[in-house]
Design a protein around this ligand. Structure first.
Ligand code: GLN
Length: 491
């Protein structure tokens, strides 16, 4: 694996002991980005990974110097002291452009930090820059970015997954030790699986979304990527907690996620939903998950088959609700307040409504337009009851499936992707095929439960495979313990 080899604990320990400095570590990561993230060919020697859209060097180095001064004085260092972290470009960072990988936000400089960003920095993280993703987080391959696709560091001709493709790729390539992503219907878990890293979808309400550019507000969540379960737990502990700036954030006490990893998994009941192992599941992924389940059995877990009977409705339900909410959320991009504005004049827009139309026509990509149209349709008079209201009802059934299952088991183990990462361009012509890739990820999103993806082997050709662990609302601790057991069984 081509990771930089550093973990959160190793970075912190090396800085605290004076073996190296936060500044040197930041420079080393910027050096790797400069050497590998850029284009290849025509005398260019990068790998064309294209994970970073903007670097925040001044901010990163100022923070690194601050950490180094603290370390030199022997002051206590935060849990992420000196750790190089990248931020998905749907979260705001003051002083860096925020584009959501869209042309419509080109040039937009947010005047504030997202709460997740503030928390990481307060814990000592060194924020390297903004990471590529699908436009407004809509996609499963990172090919819907206005700034070019991201390549999978583990197989450069393949997609890294999406929408947080840059966040997964940057960690997998060793450009950052951890990163932030957002997950509305799979966008942290699926790219984590494709790039061979860990990705956590915290319970809805667990992590503040203040400063997250909204896609579908009843589904959007912020969460971390890391190279291992322990680092993911450390990141989650820093990110989690109520925020006065986000009314949807929960006041439940934050768990001790790293501490929970000490508890053995012996005796935990693991549910395996039959509906997640149907036809379209790749044989090598199926085999890898069975091996992971064997590992859990060997660690003393009780593994049993469960039913999540409404699973087959998850994709249509998700694509009605997510597009409906997106059509409302994206109405604010009109050329008046943010980013791009279509030029007035003879060739341009003559009236206010023509300016709106032109701006949105030029600024949004094809997939975003498709979703705004779909969402507007399902919300329109005459169709609202048939589509939107019906989808809300099915969402309740999907949630009840999980609540019933969690009365019997402590965690659920299932695939996160039906196939390994595909080749760039392979699925871009058929949006429906792309939507079907989300078959195993969207139900947990609709139900609001926590879920994560952890590496569990690779295909014969060396492509990463991930397994999904789902947990009860606000029981990230048990989910992380199971994930650690899966990780340990492979080592
Ligand atoms: N692939 C899903 C979509 O395109 C999920 C995206 C996400 O989680 N942001 O809607």
């Amino acid at each position: 694996m081509e990771l930089g080899g550093m973990t959160i604990d190793s970075v912190r320990a090396a800085i605290a002991s004076g073996t190296t400095t936060a500044t040197a570590i930041a420079e080393e990561h910027y050096g790797r980005i400069a050497a590998e993230d850029g284009p290849s060919g025509d005398g260019l020697t990068g790998k064309g990974i294209n994970s970073f859209l903007a670097l925040s060097r001044d901010r990163a180095l100022a923070q690194a110097e601050k950490i180094d001064r603290m370390a030199a004085k022997g002051e206590e260092l935060g849990p992420l002291a000196g750790v190089p972290v990248g931020i998905k470009d749907v979260l705001t960072m003051k002083g860096s452009p925020a584009t959501a990988s869209s042309l419509i936000l080109k040039g937009y400089m947010p005047p504030y930090d997202a709460t997740a960003v503030t928390r990481l920095e307060a814990a000592g993280a060194v924020l390297l820059g903004k990471l590529n993703c699908d436009e407004f987080a809509m996609g499963s391959s990172n090919e819907n970015s206005a700034y070019g696709p991201v390549r999978n560091p583990r197989a450069l001709d393949r997609v890294p997954g999406g929408s947080s493709g840059g966040s997964a790729a940057a960690v997998a390539a060793g450009f950052a030790v951890a990163s932030l992503g957002s997950d509305t219907g799979g966008s942290i878990r699926q790219p984590a699986a494709f790039c061979g890293v860990v990705g956590v979808l915290p319970t809805y309400g667990r992590v503040s979304r203040f400063g997250l550019i909204a896609f579908a507000s009843s589904l959007d969540r912020v969460g971390p990527f890391a190279t291992n379960v322990r680092d993911a737990a450390t990141m989650l502990g820093v990110l989690a907690g109520q925020d006065a700036l986000d009314a949807t954030s929960s006041d439940r006490p934050v768990g001790d996620y790293v501490g929970a990893l000490e508890k053995p998994v012996k005796g935990l009941r693991i549910g395996v939903p039959a509906e997640y192992f149907g036809e379209g599941l790749d044989a090598e992924i199926r085999a890898a998950i069975e091996r992971a389940l064997d590992g859990l059995r060997a660690a003393g877990c009780e593994v049993k088959t469960i039913a999540l009977p409404h699973t087959k409705y998850a994709i249509p339900t998700y694509y009605v609700i997510a597009t409906a909410e997106a059509s409302a959320n994206l109405a604010r991009f009109d050329g008046v307040r943010f980013g791009l504005r279509a030029a007035a004049g003879n060739e341009g827009a003559q009236t206010l409504s023509a300016m709106y139309r032109e701006t949105r026509d030029q600024g949004f990509g094809a997939e975003v337009k498709r979703r705004i149209l779909l969402g507007t349709y399902v919300l329109s008079a005459g169709y609202y009851d048939a589509y939107y209201r019906k989808a809300q009802q099915v969402r309740t059934l999907l949630t009840r499936d999980f609540l019933a299952a969690f009365a019997e088991v402590d965690a659920i183990v299932a695939p996160i992707t039906p196939t390994p990462p595909w080749k760039l361009g392979e699925k871009t012509a058929d949006p429906l095929q792309m939507y079907l890739e989300d078959i195993y990820s969207v139900a947990a999103s609709l139900a609001g439960i926590c879920a994560m993806s952890v590496p569990c082997g690779e295909t014969a050709s060396g492509l990463p495979i991930g397994v999904q662990i789902m947990g009860r609302h606000f029981n990230e601790e048990t989910m992380l313990r199971v994930a650690l057991a899966v990780e340990t069984a492979q080592a």
